[in-house]
Every structure is written in structure tokens, then in C-alpha cells.
Design a protein around this ligand. Structure first.
Ligand code: GLA
Length: 702
């Protein structure tokens, strides 16, 4: 709900309230929901602490706007023009954004000498306590201006006593939770790699004594979250938006620059933040036919074969997978051009008839004849120098004339800022999907940007112009194939962000498939994103990335925290593993709705970590608890569950045993993990995690 009284604008979600003063662009209050009698007279002529939603003029703290005016000056002085409430959220031009029934307030401010206008938008999503924010700058002057920074959201918070939580990592080690206190100065969480990155996800949290503010960005390119302590003003300024690294946008008279959408929420604790973000992503970001549909159990051949396969091998994996209960076979990298290694053929999206036994169309038919649907891997934004595409169109590649470009994984990127290249990619990839009839597409992206250059594109605009081109391409392709399930990927989870989730209903969480590592990666991801978007595969043991070994049930238990798949050569499994996998798949199918669409909570105890996924009606739940290591003669570990109905009685099954317990006992008591350490398993898998699954069913109403 949004209400305006004089210059006071009050935005309410189910559990939070944001109060703003339109004429001074100040935040008067943001936090727990206020009652209906809340009165803001106290602030008349007595502004709280100058908490600004943007600075009217540069104010010696990190600004959300840096301009270069035609008169050579860099200053501005914005005055309030108007505030309007819309029943529906206006679309963001050329950028992905959240959707759904959502009231929006628009604030307009004008710099009178130059007639440059700044529009700010605040949209409420009441069901999930999220407020979406964006900014748009319009050059109403008669001369070009340069924009050096335009952030999407500024949130000034009182005091500087906050802990900043970011989700950091690297390839195969994404989104590890990192918490730190900033006691002065400026701290940035950012990416300058051209993508949202493995290293610093745009989702961040700010923890204070009132609770937690969380922010994310609906954007897949360079981003920056700034936390600036203003010790004199006694506040913490939080900014989120496109990174201003190399940013210098030429805004001609009459033109506008739209900043990507940012989103924010407030909750008393971490579980509250995650619950809000999960609902927000599931309801207002992910879209299309697959939004609420149960996701298929797929077998992907990548870790099973890498580039080394032929039709016979693929069909043997697929038929073994089918026998185990799989629903889809996904053909990963290596099916096109002459791609037997990662040194060639990106861009040549035509079938390698030898490896695929006559082309994708024929192979897909054979896969379907086995009773599986067919999925395909592509990496549309890339080009190998050893490719027919490069030989015919070397200028399609992103590189600076006269310089040797930096290669990563031997490849270059395509210059998607160029419309001709965009059209090529749309044509080539649409043709792959059409001729294979693929029901699923894995859209990969395996390097960072360097050598940014496009003819006619100023260097200071390149990163963002690339993203606009990328969004044009991906949106055209997904629109053409509305029935296809799209999974995003970037060398694992290197571009897992809200921008991409507007197109891809799920995302390959990480190239690391080791259960032990996945516990942290999936747990970190779960702070800002629901399990429905987290692809999680059981792979071979010892694991190919870490060489750790773990038993098949532990690998499965961890993968149940996301969307289950398998990534191994199903045709060479031991009898024991075949039996186990068949049982796992049957169990997963029975519980898929709960596992994929239930409410998931993190479980952390001393030396243990896991999750519980609870059905919306709280009648059933599945919990997985992993012991991360153990030492001799340490106290027995225990766990507390979450999300159950405290008054209900549940039957709990684990490790072939059953017991009954009330919801409150399971949540507030300490459940001993006695017997979780299986010494025979440990002997075979030295140092492995010890994992247990609890299947919980309500037997008596609360
Ligand atoms: C990336 C992906 C992997 C696999 C390979 C293929 O690393 O993350 O899952 O598809 O590319 O080259």
C-alpha cells in the first residue's frame, strides 16, 4: 500500500513500513510495520538525521549521481517537482525487472539551471515485504551532459554501527557468506568483470540493532554496493547500482538513462530476510511456463564424458539414466563444429554429425524414443579464434584494433553491443533449439570481459551497452521458445543474479559438485535466492574438482537442497550405486513438490550444516543435516529444526528408524545426532561429511 499525505509518502508491505518526505527526499523511517495511527508531525521542521534517498547536491559522502554538465561544472541542485502514485509498476526500458501487482510512487526532481530531471521509483510488493527502487535521469537541457555514476538506490541508515554481509568467492567456490564491521571509511562490494561475477554477488545485507536490511540488483553486469560511513553526519550511506568503473555515459539533449532496478527489504533476522527474498524471486522475478512447474530430473553428460563422446556413448548413458528413473538427458559442451577441446569452434553452432550420430535432430529423436526429453548446452556470447565464424567475421569479436586480446579458456567474447552480432546470435541459437526441439537449454558464459571495444561505442559506455545487447538477445530467444526450460550458467554460478533469473528459471549453482563444498555454496546462495533456482547435481566420487570422496547418499542429500540432477556416466555405475540412485530418484519424485517449492530454511549447529524444506501447509518436511568433521571425545552434536507447526505432532524417520515429536520440541529442543557417524562409510571415504536425512510427516493437527 502507498499513501500520500502532503509531502509524506508512506509505503507499507505486510510487515514493514517505509516513510519518505517527498520534498526533501528524506527517509523518515524504514523498519518493522508501523500501526495505522503513526504520525509524522514530529519531523515537521525537524528532519530526523538528513537520511536522503538521494543527495540534492554533492554532500561529501559517496553520491548516487556524478554528472558533468555542459557548462563544465559537476554540480547540481535538485529541487522537488512532484510525487505521483501509479496503480501499476512502469516497465523499465530495455532492462529486466520485477513484475506483479505492485503500486509505485514516482518522485521527480529537477536541476533548474540545466533542466536535468531525476525520477525515482519505489514499488511495493506487499506479499514479500520487498520494495523495488530505480532511478531515471532525463537530460532536458539543450546540450549533452556526461553521466559518470547513476546508482539505482540510496539508503541512508542512522548510525554507523552495522555489520556488512556479502557473498564472496571464486570459480567453484561461489557465494560464501562473509561478515564484517565497517567502523569508518568506505567499503565496496563490486564486480568490474563485465558480469555480476563468481567473486562478489550483488546480494548484500546490512545488520543493525533494529534488524537486517537486504539489497539486491536486477542486473547481470558490473555492479557496486557502497557502504560509506559518514561519521560527522552519524549515518551509513548504502548505494547499489551499476558500477561506475570506466563509466562515462554521453546523454544527448532529450535522452534518458535508466538505471537497473534495485530491491530492498527489512526483516528482524536472517531467516526473515531469506523468506522474503525467496518469495520475491519465485513470485516476482522468475516467470513463464516453468515458474511453478516441477523441474525434471536430468542427467547431464559433462562430468561423465567431457568432450570425449560419440552417439553410442551418449545413448548408453541416456538409456542407463532412463532405467534409473531420469526424465531428461542433457547434452553438454562438445557437440558442435570440431569441438574436441576447449580451444575451438565457439560460434559454429552447427552439428558435429560424427559425434552426434547424424546431428542434433536425429540424436534428440533417439533420446525421446528412450522416453526422455532432450536438453542442450550452448555458450552464445562467445567466439573461438579457431572457428568458421571468426574466419568469416573477425570483427564480431570483442577486441581492440591493433592489440592482442586477452584470452580466457582460449576464447574471446562476441561484441554484443553491435546489432548485427545480436542478430547473428539470435538466429544461430534459435536454430539450435528449433532443429533439436530441445525442451531445456543450458546457457553458459565461461569468461570475464576484457578488451571492451565496439566500433562507435564510447569506451565509457561499453560495459552497459554490452548488457543492453545481451538482454535484447536473451529476451528475444526466450520469447521465441516459451515452453523451453532455460538454465543459466557462467562457469558455474558466475552470473547468478536477479537480472538473469528474469529469463532463466534455474541456474547452475557452481562447477564444484563436491557435496562438502556444495553445503557452503548452496547455503550462501540460499540467503538471497530460493532453492527452486539452484541446480544441484550428484556427481562421481572421488569428486572431479576436489578429489574428496563421499558416499552416494550424502551426495544425494546435499543435492536435495536444490533442483536435483545427476552429472556422471550412468552407463558405468556399480550395481550398488544403480540401486541407490534408482531409489533416490523414486523418493525425489514423490517429494519433489515439497523439495522444490516448499519453504527452505538453513540449519546450522556446532560443526553441522544443512537445511529443512517445509511444505506450505506444514504437513510434511524434509531436513538434511551434515556433520562437517569430527574429533575424538567431543560433545555429542545436536540440531534444532525450523519452520514446523509448533503445536503439531510429527512422525520423523531417519536412518531406517522412527520417532514422534511435537513441532516445538523439534524446533526448540536439541535433537541429538547420535549415530550419525557411520564408521564403515568413513573408512571408505576418509574425512567425508556424515549426512542424515529426516523425513517428517504430521500425524496430529496442532
Ligand atoms: C562450464 C559449465 C560446466 C560445463 C562446461 C562445458 O564450465 O559450468 O557445467 O558446461 O562449461 O565446457
Amino acid at each position: 500500500m502507498i499513501k500520500k499525505k502532503g509531502s509524506i509518502v508512506r509505503l507499507d508491505t505486510e510487515n514493514t513500513t517505509l516513510v519518505m518526505k517527498a520534498d526533501t527526499a528524506e527517509y523518515l523511517y524504514y523498519g518493522r510495520r508501523l500501526g495505522s495511527v503513526a504520525d509524522f508531525g514530529i519531523f515537521e521542521g525537524n528532519p530526523p538525521r538528513n537520511m536522503l534517498s538521494f543527495p540534492h547536491r554533492p554532500d561529501y559522502t559517496e553520491p548516487n549521481l556524478i554528472l558533468c554538465n555542459a557548462d563544465g561544472g559537476a554540480t547540481y541542485e535538485f529541487t522537488f517537482s512532484r510525487a505521483r502514485i501509479f496503480a501499476e509498476k512502469p516497465e523499465l526500458s530495455e532492462l529486466p525487472s520485477s513484475y506483479g501487482e505492485s503500486k509505485t510512487v514516482e518522485f521527480k526532481y529537477v536541476d533548474l539551471p540545466t533542466k536535468v530531471s531525476l525520477y525515482l521509483y519505489y514499488t511495493v510488493f506487499e506479499d514479500c515485504d520487498v520494495i523495488a527502487v530505480s532511478a531515471r535521469l532525463v537530460n532536458g537541457s539543450k546540450k549533452e551532459i556526461r553521466v559518470r555514476r547513476l546508482m539505482s538506490l540510496q539508503l541512508d541508515l542512522p548510525g554507523i554501527e552495522y555489520d556488512i554481509v556479502t557473498f564472496e568467492g571464486a570459480w567453484a567456490r561461489e557465494r560464501h557468506k562473509t561478515e564484517r564491521r565497517i567502523e569508518g571509511g568506505v567499503f565496496c562490494n563490486e564486480s568490474m568483470r563485465g558480469s555480476s561475477s563468481h567473486q562478489n554477488n550483488p546480494f548484500v545485507m546490512v545488520k543493525g540493532d533494529k534488524g537486517i536490511f537486504a539489497l539486491n540488483l536486477v542486473y547481470s553486469g558490473n555492479h557496486k554496493e557502497i557502504f560509506a560511513c559518514d561519521t560527522e553526519g552519524g549515518k551509513m550511506r548504502v548505494l547499489a547500482g551499476m558500477n561506475d568503473y570506466m563509466f562515462d555515459w554521453q546523454l544527448a539533449p532529450g535522452q534518458e538513462l535508466q538505471a537497473p532496478e534495485a530491491v530492498m527489504c527489512f526483516a528482524p533476522d536472517e531467516d526473515g530476510v531469506s523468506a522474503q527474498m525467496h518469495t520475491f524471486v519465485s513470485e516476482h522475478i522468475v516467470r513463464g511456463k516453468w515458474k511453478k512447474r516441477e523441474r525434471p530430473i536430468l542427467f547431464n553428460n559433462w562430468e561423465g564424458t567431457y568432450f570425449n563422446f560419440n552417439e553410442e556413448k551418449l545413448l548408453s548413458i541416456a538409456s542407463a539414466a532412463k532405467e534409473l528413473g531420469a526424465e531428461m538427458f542433457v547434452l553438454d559442451d562438445g557437440w558442435f563444429g570440431k569441438r574436441d577441446t576447449d580451444t575451438c569452434s565457439l560460434g559454429d553452432w552447427y552439428d558435429n554429425v560424427e559425434k552426434t550420430g547424424g546431428g542434433l535432430g536425429r540424436l534428440a529423436e533417439k533420446i525421446r524414443a528412450l522416453g526422455l526429453s532432450f536438453g542442450i548446452w550452448v555458450e552464445p556470447e562467445m567466439i573461438s579464434e579457431d572457428s568458421d565464424l571468426y574466419r568469416a567475421h573477425p570483427n564480431f569479436a570483442m577486441k581492440i584494433p591493433g592489440r592482442t586480446p586477452t584470452r580466457m579458456r582460449h576464447q574471446l567474447m562476441l561484441n554484443l553491443a553491435d546489432e548485427r552480432v545480436q542478430n547473428y546470435v539470435v538466429r544461430a541459437i534459435s536454430d539450435v533449439i528449433a532443429r533439436s526441439g530441445a525442451e531445456y537449454v543450458k546457457w553458459d558464459y565461461n569468461r570475464s570481459m576484457t578488451d571492451c571495444y565496439g566500433k562507435g561505442v564510447p569506451a565509457g559506455e561499453y560495459f552497459h551497452r554490452y548488457m543492453l545487447g545481451y538482454y535484447r538477445v536473451v529476451s528475444r530467444i526466450v520469447k521465441k521458445f516459451p515452453s523451453v526450460l532455460f538454465e543459466g550458467c557462467a562457469g558455474g554460478g558466475g552470473r547468478l543474479d536477479l537480472g538473469n533469473l528474469c529469463y532463466f528459471q534455474q541456474y547452475w549453482t557452481s562447477d564444484c559438485t563436491d557435496a562438502r563444498e556444495r553445503i557452503d555454496i548452496q547455503e550462501g546462495t540460499s540467503y538471497g535466492y530460493p532453492q527452486t533456482i539452484m541446480s544441484a547435481h550428484v556427481s562421481a566420487s572421488p569428486n572431479h574438482q576436489t578429489m574428496n570422496s563421499s558416499p552416494i547418499f550424502a551426495r544425494f542429500n546435499v543435492a536435495c537442497g536444490g533442483v536435483l540432477g545427476y552429472e556422471l556416466d550412468a552407463s558405468v555405475l556399480s550395481e550398488e550405486d544403480r540401486k541407490a540412485i534408482a531409489e533416490q530418484i523414486a523418493f525425489y519424485k514423490e517429494n519433489r513438490k515439497l523439495l522444490q517449492f516448499g519453504d527452505q530454511y538453513r540449519l546450522r549447529g556446532a560443526n553441522s550444516a544443512g537445511f529443512i524444506t517445509v511444505a506450505k501447509d506444514k504437513n510434511s518436511a524434509i531436513a538434511v543435516v551434515n556433520l562437517l568433521g569430527w574429533r575424538c571425545a567431543t560433545p555429542e552434536p545436536y540440531i534444532r529444526l525450523k519452520g514446523l507447526n509448533p503445536a503439531a505432532l510429527y512422525e520423523v524417520s531417519a536412518d531406517g528408524k522412527q520417532f514422534t515429536a511435537s513441532g516445538d520440541m523439534l524446533m526448540y529442543g536439541d535433537i541429538p545426532l547420535a549415530g550419525i557417524i557411520k564408521y564403515d562409510v568413513a573408512r571408505e571415504n576418509s574425512g567425508c561429511i556424515q549426512s542424515r536425512m529426516y523425513v517428517i510427516k504430521r500425524i496430529k493437527q496442532g
